[in-house]
Design a protein around this ligand. Sequence first.
Ligand SMILES: C[S@@+](CC[C@H](N)C(=O)[O-])C[C@H]1O[C@@H](n2cnc3c(N)ncnc32)[C@H](O)[C@@H]1O
Length: 203
Amino acid sequence: MCEVGAGTGNFLSLFSGRAGWLLAADLTPGMLLEGRRRFDDVTAVCSDGFRLPFKSGSIDLVATAQTLHHIYEPVPFLKELRRVARPGGRVLIVDQVVPESLEKATVRHELEVLRDPSHAATRPASAFRIVLRAAGLEIIDERVVDSQSSLSKWMWPGEFPAERIAEVRDFIERYGDQTGMDWQRSGDDWSYVRHRMMLLARP
Ligand SMILES: C[S@@+](CC[C@H](N)C(=O)[O-])C[C@H]1O[C@@H](n2cnc3c(N)ncnc32)[C@H](O)[C@@H]1O
């Protein structure tokens, strides 16, 4: 299998011992190097998901997790994933999902960009379905998985500058109830609900 936008391999490593060959494709060499250090059964390939260096129809399972929200043009990106998937194979998409309400999606987008300026798009379930179909993928299963998390895990000190964490805290205090994330104060921290969508498709 191959994960496109594999980063340091968190998601790909879930398939360790299950998939015959774990290929990590990512634009950022530093992420791949860290992934190789953490997982010795991963083959790292530094490449852009829009132009993968693999033969058409060569990979059983092509996945992308938590990466599509960094992609402004999802249809060509997904078409490239479809190209390298073998006929009868699968394409698996995992990403954060927002409510269908345009107001909530807009406030949520502001919060995401404030946290991470490389955040490109905030999509509800309907947008994922539309872009997968536009890329020629047939959805065969989908589900939304909710889990509890916290601001301190979403923005850990050391990785995020203190001023940015303070700005996000301030945003949550003022507009948190409009983000669809169910922010709740928890001592000095904030808890929230992560909504992640998984879509399994065939090329
Ligand atoms: C939020 S990380 C997700 C990492 C991993 N999939 C996980 O779930 O832990 C997003 C990754 O997408 C990569 N990325 C962004 N645009 C890309 C592109 N066009 N082609 C390949 N990788 C890309 C980034 O370098 C980053 O490692």
